[in-house]
Design a protein around this ligand. Structure first.
Ligand SMILES: [Zn+2]
Length: 396
């Protein structure tokens, strides 16, 4: 994916494509960029909101001067695709290549520039009507800038409508630049993707998330805890930083060994408590989902629709995300537990307590096995009960 194309005929899109393609080395592209005058260099502050994506940002900055007709930003949720799309659009609409201070830049960043079109789905996914509107808009001339930028969000969900965009994305008028956003590239998106330059967004490293949250005013200890359970998603870390229970939940995992007293009753109680708190952990996500449903419903009503189109698909997606979130929470808990036994292993080794050391090592292995098994949709109660029986040494 991300193959360079020269058929777009976009503004300067038909020459000098090497160096901006998805497969190209962004560092090399950035180097090429050095020949540009300072006046045309995008302001570093323009991409400040894109956290932990140096490669994607370097690639985009290198693309500003001679953009191609279409880009596909792909990567997990919470990796900064939207912020990057806005900053990139500002750079493309700014007469100085993204100074960060002119009216064009400021209006683009604020989402109020008349030549920046951001298309959000109004239901479960972009529908065919929505795709037709995009096609029509792409044919229009820019209102005030030299070009217009059309950002289309959540294209990985657009199973039915993505093909309707193909022709236009492939060859838009020279004054239109597409920025398509997708969490991944499913089957229905492969052809469209092959007509775009790919820009890849990776999960944000844990340390970067921690530093960012601290910069945003989150207390450092809490920032570290939520970054650890965020799975590379800055948005999730931010959401969890507002959850006052997050630290105490991880604390409970840390003290599991103290509560396993060798009785079956203790095992059952512990498993129940941990699965219960994993359910509680869903609170902030569920509130976010409820807000999203409310906003989509309101938008549909404003558009004169009866009810929300695709409500069931939206709810199904929310359930999938909640399941994934819950599994991540359990996996994080297991990582905390494994760390606890690793500490014990180290202490026992230092003290020369060989039997304790080998038990702690076996515990770490059992926990890692359980974490791997979690991905296979097991009966969670049975999985954790069996693990805790092993940890308590009850099988000996
Ligand atoms: Zn500017």
């Amino acid at each position: 994916m991300g193959e360079d194309r020269d058929a777009g005929g976009g503004a300067g899109a038909d020459d000098h494509l090497s160096g901006v393609g998805g497969g190209a080395d962004p560092e090399a592209a950035a180097g090429e960029d050095d020949v540009r005058g300072d006046a045309e260099r995008p302001d570093p502050g323009l991409f400040a909101a894109v956290v932990g994506q140096p490669k994607a940002v370097a690639q985009l900055r290198a693309s500003v001067r001679r953009p191609v007709h279409a880009y596909l930003f792909h990567g997990p949720p919470g990796s900064g695709k939207r912020a990057a799309a806005t900053a990139f659009a500002a750079a493309l609409l700014c007469r100085s290549g993204g100074c960060g201070v002119c009216l064009d830049c400021r209006r683009a960043l604020a989402g109020t520039h008349s030549d920046l079109v951001v298309v959000e789905r109004t239901g479960a996914a972009l529908d065919v009507d929505g795709a037709r509107q995009i096609v029509a808009r792409a044919q229009m001339r820019p209102v005030e800038a030299d070009r217009q930028v059309i950002v289309v969000a959540d294209l990985h969900l657009a199973v039915r409508s993505a093909p309707a965009l193909l022709k236009t994305v492939e060859e838009p008028p020279p004054t239109t630049v597409f920025v398509l956003l997708a969490e991944d590239i499913p089957e229905h998106l492969v052809t469209v993707a092959s007509r775009c330059v790919g820009v890849r967004f990776d999960p944000v490293p844990e340390a970067v998330i921690t530093a960012q949250l601290v910069a945003e005013g989150v207390e450092p200890a809490l920032a570290g805890v939520v970054a650890r359970s965020a799975g590379g998603r800055l948005d999730r870390a931010r959401l969890n930083a507002t959850d006052p229970e997050v630290a105490s939940r991880l604390e409970r995992w840390k003290h599991v060994p103290d509560r396993l007293d060798g009785t079956g009753a203790a095992v059952v109680m512990e498993v129940e408590a941990l699965l219960g708190q994993a359910e509680d952990a869903l609170g902030p996500l569920r509130r976010q989902h409820a807000d999203e449903l409310a906003a989509l419903t309101e938008a549909a009503t404003m558009a004169g629709r009866k009810g929300l189109p695709g409500r069931k698909e939206i709810e199904d997606r929310h359930h999938r995300e909640e399941r994934r979130w819950r599994t991540d929470e359990l996996r994080t808990g297991l990582a905390v537990l494994a760390a606890e036994y690793r500490d014990r292993l180290e202490d026992a080794t230092v003290a020369g307590a060989n039997r304790d050391a080998s038990r702690a090592a076996a515990a770490v292995t059992a926990i890692e096995d359980a974490a791997a098994a979690l991905a296979r949709n097991p009966n969670e109660s049975l999985l954790f009960e069996s693990l805790f029986v092993t940890l308590a040494g009850m099988g000996e």
